[in-house]
Design a protein around this ligand. Structure first.
Ligand code: S3P
Length: 174
Protein backbone atom coordinates (compact mmCIF):
# COMPACT_ATOMS: atom_id res chain seq x y z
CA UNK A 1 0.00 0.00 0.00
CA UNK A 2 1.29 3.49 -0.84
CA UNK A 3 1.89 5.80 2.11
CA UNK A 4 0.93 8.85 0.02
CA UNK A 5 -2.80 9.63 0.20
CA UNK A 6 -4.65 11.52 -2.56
CA UNK A 7 -4.78 14.61 -0.34
CA UNK A 8 -2.11 15.21 2.27
CA UNK A 9 -2.76 14.23 5.84
CA UNK A 10 -2.84 17.07 8.37
CA UNK A 11 -0.03 16.24 10.81
CA UNK A 12 0.37 17.92 14.20
CA UNK A 13 3.72 17.93 15.98
CA UNK A 14 5.06 19.66 19.08
CA UNK A 15 6.06 19.02 22.65
CA UNK A 16 3.91 17.31 25.26
CA UNK A 17 1.11 19.67 26.23
CA UNK A 18 1.11 21.49 22.89
CA UNK A 19 -2.50 20.35 22.32
CA UNK A 20 -1.91 17.91 19.47
CA UNK A 21 -4.55 15.41 20.59
CA UNK A 22 -7.26 17.91 21.55
CA UNK A 23 -6.73 20.13 18.53
CA UNK A 24 -6.19 17.16 16.21
CA UNK A 25 -9.42 15.42 17.20
CA UNK A 26 -11.37 18.67 16.75
CA UNK A 27 -9.76 19.38 13.35
CA UNK A 28 -10.63 15.83 12.25
CA UNK A 29 -14.25 16.33 13.29
CA UNK A 30 -14.44 19.63 11.40
CA UNK A 31 -12.84 18.14 8.28
CA UNK A 32 -14.90 14.94 8.56
CA UNK A 33 -11.75 12.82 8.58
CA UNK A 34 -10.35 10.02 10.69
CA UNK A 35 -8.18 11.04 13.64
CA UNK A 36 -5.05 9.03 14.37
CA UNK A 37 -2.84 9.55 17.43
CA UNK A 38 0.48 7.72 17.16
CA UNK A 39 0.50 6.93 20.90
CA UNK A 40 -2.90 5.25 20.48
CA UNK A 41 -1.55 3.26 17.52
CA UNK A 42 1.39 2.07 19.63
CA UNK A 43 -0.99 1.03 22.39
CA UNK A 44 -3.38 -0.72 19.99
CA UNK A 45 -0.49 -2.55 18.29
CA UNK A 46 0.93 -3.97 21.51
CA UNK A 47 -2.06 -4.00 23.85
CA UNK A 48 -0.45 -2.03 26.66
CA UNK A 49 0.13 1.62 27.58
CA UNK A 50 2.99 3.87 26.49
CA UNK A 51 3.96 4.31 30.15
CA UNK A 52 4.10 0.53 30.57
CA UNK A 53 6.41 0.11 27.55
CA UNK A 54 8.78 2.76 28.91
CA UNK A 55 8.75 1.08 32.34
CA UNK A 56 9.24 -2.51 31.20
CA UNK A 57 11.15 -2.29 27.91
CA UNK A 58 12.67 1.20 27.89
CA UNK A 59 12.54 4.23 25.64
CA UNK A 60 14.38 2.68 22.69
CA UNK A 61 11.77 -0.06 22.37
CA UNK A 62 9.05 2.60 22.53
CA UNK A 63 10.79 4.52 19.72
CA UNK A 64 10.79 1.36 17.54
CA UNK A 65 7.08 0.90 18.14
CA UNK A 66 6.51 4.59 17.49
CA UNK A 67 8.34 4.37 14.12
CA UNK A 68 5.94 1.60 13.10
CA UNK A 69 2.98 3.65 14.38
CA UNK A 70 4.05 6.66 12.29
CA UNK A 71 4.32 4.41 9.23
CA UNK A 72 0.87 2.92 9.96
CA UNK A 73 -0.65 6.37 10.46
CA UNK A 74 0.87 7.72 7.23
CA UNK A 75 -0.47 4.67 5.37
CA UNK A 76 -4.06 5.50 6.35
CA UNK A 77 -5.65 5.44 2.88
CA UNK A 78 -8.08 8.34 3.38
CA UNK A 79 -6.64 11.73 4.28
CA UNK A 80 -6.50 11.84 8.06
CA UNK A 81 -5.49 14.11 10.90
CA UNK A 82 -2.44 12.65 12.64
CA UNK A 83 -1.22 13.72 16.09
CA UNK A 84 2.37 12.60 16.68
CA UNK A 85 3.85 11.83 20.07
CA UNK A 86 6.14 14.72 21.04
CA UNK A 87 9.39 12.85 20.38
CA UNK A 88 8.45 11.16 17.11
CA UNK A 89 10.06 13.81 14.91
CA UNK A 90 13.51 13.29 16.43
CA UNK A 91 13.82 10.24 14.17
CA UNK A 92 14.89 11.30 10.64
CA UNK A 93 12.95 8.45 9.01
CA UNK A 94 9.76 9.62 10.74
CA UNK A 95 10.41 13.19 9.58
CA UNK A 96 10.87 12.08 5.97
CA UNK A 97 7.73 9.96 6.06
CA UNK A 98 5.59 12.68 7.67
CA UNK A 99 6.76 15.32 5.21
CA UNK A 100 6.08 13.04 2.26
CA UNK A 101 2.58 12.05 3.35
CA UNK A 102 1.39 15.14 5.15
CA UNK A 103 1.27 18.86 5.74
CA UNK A 104 2.97 19.30 9.09
CA UNK A 105 1.90 21.94 11.62
CA UNK A 106 4.08 22.62 14.66
CA UNK A 107 2.01 23.63 17.70
CA UNK A 108 4.12 25.80 19.95
CA UNK A 109 3.92 27.08 23.52
CA UNK A 110 6.48 28.07 26.15
CA UNK A 111 7.55 25.29 28.55
CA UNK A 112 5.72 26.84 31.53
CA UNK A 113 2.45 26.80 29.57
CA UNK A 114 3.06 23.21 28.46
CA UNK A 115 3.69 22.23 32.07
CA UNK A 116 0.42 23.82 33.20
CA UNK A 117 -1.40 21.79 30.58
CA UNK A 118 0.18 18.40 31.22
CA UNK A 119 -0.02 18.60 35.01
CA UNK A 120 1.67 15.99 37.15
CA UNK A 121 0.13 12.83 35.72
CA UNK A 122 2.15 9.63 35.42
CA UNK A 123 1.10 8.88 31.84
CA UNK A 124 4.06 10.85 30.44
CA UNK A 125 7.11 8.87 31.51
CA UNK A 126 9.69 11.38 30.24
CA UNK A 127 8.37 13.99 32.68
CA UNK A 128 8.67 11.74 35.72
CA UNK A 129 5.67 13.34 37.39
CA UNK A 130 6.36 16.80 36.05
CA UNK A 131 9.11 19.33 35.62
CA UNK A 132 9.26 22.54 33.56
CA UNK A 133 13.04 22.12 33.40
CA UNK A 134 12.61 18.86 31.48
CA UNK A 135 10.30 20.54 29.00
CA UNK A 136 12.77 23.44 28.64
CA UNK A 137 15.54 20.97 27.87
CA UNK A 138 13.41 19.03 25.37
CA UNK A 139 12.40 22.31 23.69
CA UNK A 140 16.07 23.14 23.09
CA UNK A 141 17.14 19.64 22.05
CA UNK A 142 14.21 19.13 19.68
CA UNK A 143 13.86 22.61 18.16
CA UNK A 144 15.84 21.74 15.03
CA UNK A 145 13.80 18.56 14.44
CA UNK A 146 10.49 20.46 14.70
CA UNK A 147 11.85 23.18 12.43
CA UNK A 148 13.02 20.63 9.87
CA UNK A 149 9.69 18.81 9.68
CA UNK A 150 7.22 21.69 9.93
CA UNK A 151 5.46 23.30 6.97
CA UNK A 152 3.81 25.83 9.28
CA UNK A 153 3.88 26.93 12.89
CA UNK A 154 0.94 27.85 15.12
CA UNK A 155 1.48 29.61 18.43
CA UNK A 156 -0.98 28.24 20.98
CA UNK A 157 0.05 30.34 23.98
CA UNK A 158 -2.83 32.27 25.52
CA UNK A 159 -5.23 31.11 22.82
CA UNK A 160 -8.47 29.22 23.31
CA UNK A 161 -8.68 25.77 21.75
CA UNK A 162 -11.18 27.00 19.13
CA UNK A 163 -8.79 29.77 18.06
CA UNK A 164 -5.96 27.26 17.67
CA UNK A 165 -8.19 24.96 15.60
CA UNK A 166 -9.10 27.89 13.32
CA UNK A 167 -5.43 28.84 12.97
CA UNK A 168 -4.41 25.27 12.09
CA UNK A 169 -7.13 24.90 9.48
CA UNK A 170 -6.18 28.30 8.07
CA UNK A 171 -2.55 27.35 7.44
CA UNK A 172 -3.26 23.79 6.28
CA UNK A 173 -2.67 23.19 2.57
CA UNK A 174 -4.25 19.83 1.65
C1 S3P B 1 6.78 11.73 24.37
C2 S3P B 1 5.53 12.28 24.22
C3 S3P B 1 4.31 11.53 24.50
C4 S3P B 1 4.53 10.02 24.31
C5 S3P B 1 5.70 9.57 25.11
C6 S3P B 1 6.99 10.30 24.74
C7 S3P B 1 7.97 12.56 24.06
O1 S3P B 1 3.24 11.94 23.63
O2 S3P B 1 4.75 9.73 22.95
O3 S3P B 1 5.41 9.72 26.47
O4 S3P B 1 9.05 11.98 23.83
O5 S3P B 1 7.84 13.80 24.01
P1 S3P B 1 2.50 13.37 23.76
O6 S3P B 1 3.39 14.39 23.11
O7 S3P B 1 1.24 13.17 23.01
O8 S3P B 1 2.29 13.64 25.20
Amino acid sequence: MSDVAESRHLVLVGLMGAGKTTVGAACAARLGRPFVDTDDVVEANIGTSVAEVFATEGESRFRELERQAVADACATPAPAVIACGGGAVVDPENRRRLRRAGFVVWLQAPPATLMDRVGTGTERPLLHGGSTATLERLAVVRASAYEAVADALVDTDGRAVDEVIDAVLEVYEP
